[in-house]
Design a protein around this ligand. Structure first.
Ligand code: ADP
Ligand code: MG
Length: 337
């Protein structure tokens, strides 16, 4: 989702295409337009390859084969898929189950997997047996194979695969000698180098209540990533109410309370960490999320926007020092401890 976008992207050389169910954009410094063609081709090859292996929807992807074999034999999967599954298990453990890549059966009953939405929110007695299928610990990961232990279990990497893919494209472009580039896969961004000497890549954080408005700007340093999870671009309407596409595995209901959560990531898995963490914190919400950060991720850079009016921005100290609010948002920024 494009909650975040490069400021003035039209001013810089960039290439855009659709992949993994969203929009991908690679942006280069003004004097590097000659690299655009190769950067686009390298990115596309890598992203379409990953989509073929990781997509929930493609019938012969690693994920589809694992899902088809749920409750039966282990399925052979690529080393890359195993890497993501291990990372997802780590995020699952770290989040106490708020992040869970086996959440798909719940998405299904809430009409968040395509098809017509249910007439009414699924009742507790309908949700409960489905909720029991959601448990990342019942995904067994071997050296070359993986297996879902219960029939009916389903994997869905929607909360992590785009971040992983951005890290992978960054590694590939770097290997080919690109030092300055900004990647954006559906709101999962990663920067390498800078837009120009002494001009870091500057990105805009969108207002979750008005996609035409910007909450503020953020400079991404070399190697850093940013990801946003939000409730307004993908949702289902049931009985006149909107439900977000992020499920709370603990209740079996769509997560409520947040309009958007933006996370800055750093390190070798910057974009994947930011992707998984934004989804996790969207589930945990402001109070529990802020507490979780202090224990598990002190110094983490996160912006929470609660799903209530008037607009409130809650930033951790590490986020606040990096963030330049737009004039109309400056007075709304609150610092978390
Ligand atoms: P988006 O994919 O829209 O950019 P996110 O990164 O927050 O937003 O991922 C949301 C996706 O993650 C959902 O569409 C779904 O595929 C998956 N998902 C939903 N709830 C969870 C959860 N609790 N843990 C892990 N993945 C989830
Ligand atoms: Mg995410």
């Amino acid at each position: 989702m494009l909650f975040i976008s490069a400021c003035r992207p039209a001013a810089l050389p960039h290439k855009t295409f659709l992949v993994m169910g969203t929009v991908f954009t690679v942006t280069l410094p003004a004097d590097r337009a000659d690299y655009l063609e190769p950067a686009g081709v390298l990115s596309a090859n890598a992203l379409y390859g990953m989509e073929n292996r990781l997509s929930f929807y493609q019938a012969d992807s690693d994920i589809a084969r694992l899902n088809q074999a749920a409750g039966a034999a282990p399925a052979a999967v690529s080393p890359e898929t195993l890497t993501i599954l291990r990372a997802a298990r780590r995020y699952g453990e770290l989040s106490g189950g708020a992040f869970d890549i086996t959440v798909a059966p719940l998405l299904q009953i809430w009409g968040l997997r395509g098809g017509p939405p249910p007439a009414n929110p699924p009742a507790p007695d309908e949700r409960e047996p489905i909720r029991r299928l959601v448990n990342f610990r019942r995904l067994k990961i071997g050296d070359r194979t993986a297996r879902l232990e219960l029939p009916g279990m389903q994997l869905d990497l929607g909360g992590i695969a785009k971040g992983f893919a951005v890290d992978e494209v960054a590694r590939i472009l770097q290997r080919h000698g690109l030092t300055n580039v900004l990647l954006n896969l559906g709101g999962n961004l990663r920067a390498l180098g800078a837009a120009a000497p002494a001009a870091p890549w500057r990105i805009a954080v969108q207002d979750p209540f008005d996609s035409g408005r910007v909450l503020g700007a953020l400079d991404l340093r070399d190697g850093e990533a940013a990801a946003t999870s939000g409730n307004y671009e993908r949702f289902v309407a049931i009985g006149g109410r909107r439900y977000a596409h992020i499920l709370d595995p603990r209740t079996g209901r769509p997560a409520e309370g947040m309009a958007s959560v933006t996370v800055i990531g750093a390190g070798p898995d910057a974009a994947m960490d930011a992707d998984a963490l934004s989804t996790t914190l969207f589930v945990l919400g402001l109070e529990a999320g802020a507490g979780w950060l202090q224990t598990n991720c002190p110094g983490g850079a996160v912006l929470f926007v609660p799903d209530r009016r008037p607009l409130e921005l809650h930033a951790t100290p590490a986020f606040a020092t990096r963030f330049t609010p737009s004039p109309e948002c400056a007075g709304l920024l609150r610092r978390l401890p």
